[in-house]
Structures are given as structure tokens and as C-alpha cells.
Write a protein that binds this ligand. Structure first.
Ligand code: ZN
Length: 369
């Protein structure tokens, strides 16, 4: 699957690092590109609080603002407001109109309606925008799940209308987000009504991970229910084995804070063998906890099979030392390594899907053809 955008064609499957506030923490856009990353995810709500989406617009949009000329997706911020309210019910409320919320202590009361959400994303100038959705906690009762689907569908229609009113939408794409918790009928209802409104692609919404760390069944249902020929985005699915599983289920694009956050917490992913030799359905990687004393005198690179800036030039010992003295270079090198791991993993998954396609075509070829 290829996702065409005004900033180039995105070859899928693709993993998008989260540059929530217009930056992948500790890296500049050149670093990100040098890892082989082809697209980034930003968050319209976070950008609206700092520096303000009108500032981003005035600076020529997010691509020129952060020096990144490849595709950018922007999250609506619905999940962030939901999390804020779930953590502290006094910080906001949800109604059929959208969200009312306060960011931080003593923050100004703000509203996030479907229309505003689209307007903010146009200020940002993302290539792929997401509709505002009403997320729920996985343990929420059936009435709350029903309400979330009702809101999500109504808001998706409002987002679609606001999007279609824009003269400057050009090649921008709008994705709907599927809610419905762990209720198959609600997920189905949500998919059917979103498809009726019509979007360029769809995202899996809601909490994707069960208590034991595996994907919830709803991730598979949604992929199965959605149109085969349109792109599917797995919001917040980021552990390597879960990315692999979601890819097998039919998801094309992924974003998550896991690789970059793990890197800053000294947790690095390494392949158990060369990336084209490991079995992606089994234990194909492990973690290096670089602050472990055993690495203090280890002259090996973090991952001997890796070609990133960190692994090509520095030892585990040096990275261990940088974390030890709390130098910011530690964050940069560790983040570069983890992003490169994800890019190499996605390249292998892409090769697997090409092979499967070729096999499929060969099997369908008529006899003697
Ligand atoms: Zn590396």
C-alpha cells in the first residue's frame, strides 16, 4: 500500500515516531530522516497549547516549522483530552458538542469541537488528519461505550463537513477513528457508519493493549470490518511484537511513543540475529538496559547488526557513560538507535508482504500463463 500525500508517497507499512509538540524529543528532523523514517506524527492539541497552531500556520506550517519535508500526520487530540479528564474529572467534561478542558493547573478553560479540531489541523498543515473521537476506558460500561460511538460518529460527520468546506484541502487526507471498546456489535456499527460518511483511511481507536501486554481482540475485528483497499492506522500500537501482529492483521501505519520514550529510559531494542534472518513471529529482539553495570566496559556497539549513527561510531560503554553523566547526547544517540531498529523492522515486514503478494499472484496465475 502506498499513501500519496503532497509531501511524497509513503510506502507502507510505516512506523511514525511521535513528534507530539513538533519535535521527536532530542532529535532534529535531519536526525530523524537519517534513521530512514519516512513520516512523522504530531498532535494538534499539544501544538495548540505550545506554541499555538496559529503560530505554526504563520511560520508556514509544520513542515517548514520543524524542517521536515516528508509526510506528517496529525492526531486530533481527542485521546489526550479524554486521558486528562479520566485522570482528573475536574479538568474537563465531554458532551455531544465536544470537549471542555483545562490544561495544567489554573489553565484557561478551552473547548475542542469537531470543527475546531479540523481547523487546528489545517493550521498545522498536516498531510493526514484524524477526526475527533470519543475514547473510552476499556473497562467502561456498555452505556458509556454506546455514547462514545454515538459521539464519534456524529463528530466524524461534522469533521467531514468542516474538512469539505475547506478550499485549501488539496491532497490532504482525512481519516475516521473507530471506537466501540470490546463490544463487537458497537465496533461494527461504528465502522459501517463511518464508511457510509466516507474517509480516505481509518484508525483503530480506543485502548489496543490488554493487561498481559498483547493486542486486544477488537484490533483484529476492526481490521476485518474495514474496507480492504483503504489505509488503516494503528493508533498507539508500538511494542515491536504488537506492531508485527497488527501488520499481519492488515494495518499499514503505526505511531507510538514507545521507541523514543524507551530510549530516554535507557531501554534499547536489538535484533537477536540479522533482521532478515530472525523469525518475526517468535522472539526476534531483546532489550539492552544500557545503564546496567555490565556495559560499563563493553566495547561492542549497542547492536552489532545496526548501521545507525550510535552503533557505527560508539560503544555500549560510551553510551552507558553518557547516561551516567546525564549528558543530553545520550538521549540523542539512544533515540536514533531505537528509531533505526523500527525502520529496519518495518523494511523486513514490507519485504514479507511483497513476498506474500508475489506468491499470491503466482498462485492465481492461470495455467500455462
Ligand atoms: Zn543502532
Amino acid at each position: 500500500m502506498i499513501l500519496e500525500t503532497a509531501h511524497g508517497a509513503l510506502q507502507c507499512p510505516a512506523f511514525l515516531p511521535d513528534g507530539t509538540r513538533g519535535v521527536v524529543r532530542a532529535l532534529d528532523a535531519t536526525d530523524v530522516a537519517n534513521c530512514g523514517v519516512e513520516a512523522m506524527m504530531v498532535n494538534a492539541l499539544h501544538l495548540s497549547s505550545h506554541p499555538g497552531t496559529t503560530v505554526v500556520k504563520q511560520m508556514g506550517g509544520i513542515h517548514s516549522f520543524m524542517g521536515w519535508d516528508k509526510p506528517v500526520m496529525s492526531d486530533s487530540g481527542g485521546y489526550q483530552v479524554f486521558s486528562l479528564i479520566a485522570e482528573n474529572p475536574k479538568s474537563g467534561s465531554i458532551s455531544k458538542k465536544g470537549f471542555v478542558y483545562r490544561l495544567g493547573n489554573g489553565g484557561k478553560k478551552q473547548t475542542l469541537t469537531p470543527e475546531k479540531c479540523i481547523q487546528k489541523q489545517f493550521h498545522v498543515g498536516a498531510d493526514v488528519m484524524f477526526c475527533l473521537d470519543h475514547c473510552t476506558h476499556p473497562n467502561a460500561g456498555v452505556e458509556e461505550q454506546k455514547l462514545s460511538v454515538k459521539h464519534t460518529i456524529a463528530w466524524a460527520k461534522q469533521c467531514r463537513d468542516e474538512f469539505d468546506r475547506r478550499q485549501d484541502r488539496n491532497e490532504t487526507k482525512l481519516f475516521g477513528v473507530v471506537q466501540g471498546g470490546m463490544d463487537f456489535d458497537l465496533r461494527q456499527q461504528c465502522v459501517e457508519q463511518l464508511v457510509e460518511i466516507g474517509f480516505d483511511g481509518y484508525g483503530f481507536g480506543g485502548w489496543p493493549i490488554s493487561d498481559d501486554g498483547a493486542l486486544v481482540e477488537a484490533v483484529a475485528w476492526v481490521a476485518e470490518l474495514l474496507p480492504k483497499d483503504l489505509p488503516k492506522h494503528a493508533l498507539g500500537i508500538g511494542k515491536p511484537e504488537n506492531v508485527v501482529r497488527a501488520f499481519h492483521l492488515g494495518y499499514d501505519t503505526f505511531d507510538c511513543t514507545i521507541p523514543t520514550r524507551d530510549a530516554r529510559h535507557k531501554r534499547l531494542c536489538i535484533f537477536n540475529d540479522a533482521p532478515d534472518r530472525v523469525n518475526y513471529d517468535s522472539d526476534f529482539y531483546r532489550y539492552v538496559y544500557i545503564d546496567d553495570e555490565r556495559y560499563a566496559r563493553d566495547a561492542e556497539p549497542v547492536d552489532p547488526t545496526c548501521d545507525c549513527l550510535c552503533c557505527k561510531h560508539y560503544s555500549r560503554s560510551y553510551l552507558h557513560h553518557l547516561f551516567d553523566i546525564r549528558d543530553t547526547l545520550a538521549f540523542r544517540l539512544a533515540t536514533i538507535h531505537n528509531l533505526r531498529f523500527y525502520v529496519r523492522m518495518m523494511a523486513q515486514l514490507s519485504a514479507i508482504s511483497c513476498e506474500a503478494l508475489q506468491k499470491d499472484m503466482a498462485e492465481k496465475r492461470p495455467l500455462g500463463g
